[in-house]
Structures are given as structure tokens and as C-alpha cells.
Design a protein around this ligand. Structure first.
Ligand SMILES: C[S@@+](CC[C@H](N)C(=O)[O-])C[C@H]1O[C@@H](n2cnc3c(N)ncnc32)[C@H](O)[C@@H]1O
Length: 418
């Protein structure tokens, strides 16, 4: 079991925690958000918090919560825009991580699901803008994120995930390096040309769920040629949200497929790709489980798979995602999709798949993040072991940030290998 905390942020800081709230700096702006796990006392005074913050997210008054019985539709209406924004990558009807840990509760009761969701309200000081930018730099990776205040309190980035971005970047770079070395020594096939306009997986016209080239906001066949190194390394990011992991993989030179069920979220991710000076990510608006089932049928393979599933969510056609019901099938599908991972416990992948761009010189990688209160990292580890075998060296543990007073705030679990 390991503890992971990103150390490269300059645009993010956890300033203080306590009384079930957290005080965080994102670039120039300081936010107060609910944090149910911060059950201790604030280190700074209430006056300090008042003075320091630019915006505070507060949940509805008692009694203002809405209750939906047997329904997985959000009872709180359609997606909303960041305050004052024309764009709408917010207030997503799904259950993004932030909701699950703060305002939402699901119980099973007599076979029916009872879901309680709570939107909130941002109370802003005059200097707080609707949108602002932050950056994250690591080696040659320079990511930019456009942040905005959303109806459920999330703002477009989960800073603890930076620990995974580094892992993704380093793993892909290493694979690219090994491959180049192999090419130079005549030990490998040349890279296949990536055909962004005719990739049968993403842009098959017969596939109703893949965005077509006529969609103005989704990556289309007329997109400019990819300028970043084309490695032939394929990465799949599921439940991908605004796509920090997709950007990291793209920045390292991978061919990235980004799947999320909410179009507004995908638009937001696309904006982040553009401001990060990257291009060529393939966007898929679909139910993640449906997508992986189809990819397995098609016999497609990926060299890296990243997933960060919420506790509850919905596909674009109302498909239910309930973590504890579907995660086992999801990981089993991922095991089939990962290059060289043909059977549980297989250690023959490199020998069996000598032509695979990654597997000939570098093992495929897999990252499962879970952020569901009460879900131990051992659950992720056991899931991964049961589908990928026990022979791999698996890292498993918790994400956290430390506040200025030295208290560690847990922020979900991760199980990964490469
Ligand atoms: C916890 S967020 C992922 C955060 C992301 N890893 C990051 O660090 O930016 C969960 C995402 O899953 C998406 N989602 C929920 N249900 C889904 C489903 N059935 N299929 C695909 N995506 C879904 C949501 O729209 C949301 O963007």
C-alpha cells in the first residue's frame, strides 16, 4: 500500500481543511468547498478563511434537497453553465466524483434505488471571474486547464490526478523511447500511420454512437494532422471527464481515445486540449461499458487503459452505471482490450505479441482510480489481480494532499501497473 501526492503543482495548493470544508488555491483564486472527510478543526480562523477566499460553494439549506425514488435521472435539472458563462460544461447530469462525495447519497431499498442529490450555489466576491486558467508542468508536458464554477461544486480538474498524469507521461515516453531504439537498431516494424480521418474504431459511419464529422465540436475527419510524435501507442481513457489523463497521454505522443457520456464535458476537455497546444484526441460520447464491450467484439487493442469511474452515472441513452454492479465486468473487458493481456495471469504477453508497438519493448499500462467513500484501495487491487493476474508488480494506494498545518486529506484510491 502506497501514498501518492503530486508535488509538481504551482497552480494548486490545499491551504487548510476542517469543519467539513477545504480551502484551496487554484491559480490566483481561492475557493471554499465542502469536504465531508475533513472532520477535524480548521487550523486557520474563520476570519482568515473569510478574508482569503474568492468564492464559496455552499449546499442548499436543510430541506432544500430533492429526493428521487427509483430514478437515476438527476432531479436537479439540466446541465448548467459556469456562472455567467455561455458554455455549459457543468452541472453535469452524471455523478462526477465531487457530487458523490459531498451531496449525493444512494441507498438500495427493496430493490429500488433512492438517490438524493444536492446542487449548491457559489457565493462569489466581486473579483472572482466566471472562468480562469491554471497550468500544470512536468518535464516537457505543459498542460492548461480552463476552470469554471459548476452547479455541483466541481471546477474542471481533480488536482490529485496529477500523480497519474506523471505516471502516464513517463510510461508512454519510455515506451516511445524503447520503440525508437528498436527502430534504430532495425528491431521493429515502422510506426503505422495514424489515419485520423478513417480510423474504423472511432469514425465508422455505421456506428451510431461515434460522433460524426458533421458535429462541429467533436474531433472530426477534417481535423489538422497530428503534429505530436506519432508513436502508434494507443491509450483509452474511460469516464474521462475534462481529460487531464488524455492530455498527459497525448503530450507524451500517444494516440488517445477519450470516452465520456456527457457532451458538455467532452467540449470542455477539447478546449483544454486546444489551450494545451495539443491536438488529435478522439472524442467518444458513449456509455463506457457499452463502448468497451463493442471494442472487445471488434478485437481492438490498447497499450494503456485509464479509468476513473464514478460511483453512479448514466450513459447518454440513460444506461445506468453503478460501480459495485458493473466494475467487475468493466475490468474484465479492459483485460481483454489491453495489448498482450489475453488471459488472467498471462506473463507471455511480450513473447506472444512481438509486433505490438508497446509490448515488444514495454509492458502495457493500466490505471484504475476509485473515488467512492468507503471503497478501500484493496478493492481496486483485488479487482486488478483477479483479471490481470498476480504476477505483475501492482502499485496500489491512496491519493492525498497535505494542508499547510500538515493534515493529510484522502482523495481516493489508485491501482496501477506498467
Ligand atoms: C470522476 S469523473 C472522472 C474524473 C477524471 N478522471 C479526471 O481526473 O478529470 C467521472 C466521469 O464519468 C462520466 N460518466 C458517468 N457515467 C458514465 C457512463 N455511463 N459512461 C461514460 N462516462 C460516464 C461523467 O460524465 C464524469 O465526467
Amino acid at each position: 500500500m502506497e501514498l501518492f501526492t503530486p508535488t509538481d503543482w504551482t497552480d494548486y495548493e490545499l491551504i487548510d481543511t476542517g469543519n467539513r470544508e477545504k480551502l484551496e488555491r487554484f491559480g490566483k483564486y481561492i475557493l471554499i468547498r465542502p469536504e465531508p472527510q475533513a472532520v477535524w478543526k480548521k487550523a486557520l480562523s474563520e476570519e482568515d478563511w473569510q478574508k482569503l477566499h474568492h468564492a464559496r460553494f455552499s449546499r442548499g439549506k436543510p430541506g432544500s434537497q430533492q429526493l428521487a425514488v427509483g430514478s437515476w435521472q438527476s432531479p436537479v435539472g439540466s446541465p448548467q453553465s459556469p456562472v455567467g458563462s455561455k458554455q455549459s460544461p457543468v452541472g453535469n447530469k452524471q455523478s462526477p466524483r465531487y457530487q458523490n462525495t459531498t451531496g449525493q447519497e444512494v441507498r438500495r431499498s427493496g430493490g429500488q434505488e433512492v438517490r438524493r442529490e444536492e446542487k449548491g450555489e457559489w457565493i462569489r466576491k466581486p473579483e472572482m471571474p466566471d472562468q480562469w486558467m491554471i497550468g500544470y508542468d512536468y518535464k516537457e508536458m505543459h498542460l492548461k486547464f480552463r476552470l469554471g464554477l459548476t452547479a455541483f461544486g466541481h471546477i474542471g480538474v481533480f488536482p490529485e490526478q496529477a500523480e497519474n498524469w506523471k505516471f502516464i507521461y513517463d510510461t508512454i515516453k519510455l515506451a516511445v523511447g524503447s520503440k525508437q531504439l528498436a527502430v534504430n537498431t532495425g528491431d521493429s516494424e515502422p510506426d503505422p500511420v495514424i489515419q485520423s480521418s478513417s480510423d474504423p474504431v472511432i469514425q465508422s459511419s455505421s456506428d451510431p454512437v461515434i460522433q460524426s464529422s458533421s458535429d462541429p465540436v467533436i474531433q472530426s475527419s477534417s481535423d489538422p494532422v497530428i503534429q505530436h510524435p506519432v508513436s502508434g501507442i494507443r491509450v483509452l481513457n474511460l469516464f474521462a471527464y475534462t481529460g487531464g489523463a488524455s492530455l498527459a497521454a497525448k503530450a507524451a505522443g500517444a494516440d488517445v481515445v477519450h470516452v465520456d457520456s456527457v457532451k458538455q464535458v467532452i467540449n470542455w476537455a477539447r478546449e483544454d486540449m486546444e489551450v494545451s497546444n495539443l491536438e488529435g484526441i478522439r472524442w467518444v460520447i458513449e456509455d463506457a461499458l457499452k463502448f468497451v464491450r463493442r471494442e472487445v467484439k471488434r478485437g481492438n487493442k490498447y497499450d494503456g487503459i485509464i479509468l476513473d469511474p464514478p460511483a453512479y452515472g448514466r450513459g447518454p441513452d440513460g444506461e445506468k452505471w453503478i460501480l459495485e454492479d458493473s466494475i467487475n465486468e468493466m475490468i474484465s473487458m479492459c483485460a481483454e482490450l489491453l495489448s498482450g493481456q489475453s488471459a488472467v495471469g498471462s506473463s507471455q504477453w511480450a513473447i506472444d505479441n512481438p509486433q505490438s508497438p508497446v509490448t515488444s519493448h514495454q509492458s502495457p499500462f493500466f490505471i484504475l482510480s476509485l473515488y467512492s467513500m468507503g471503497f478501500s484501495s484493496l478493492i481496486g487491487e483485488s479487482l486488478v489481480k483477479s483479471h490481470f493476474g498476480t504476477e505483475r508488480e501492482i502499485q496500489t494506494g491512496e491519493f492525498y494532499f497535505t494542508d499547510r498545518a500538515g493534515r493529510n486529506l484522502p482523495l481516493g484510491t489508485v491501482t496501477r501497473f506498467c
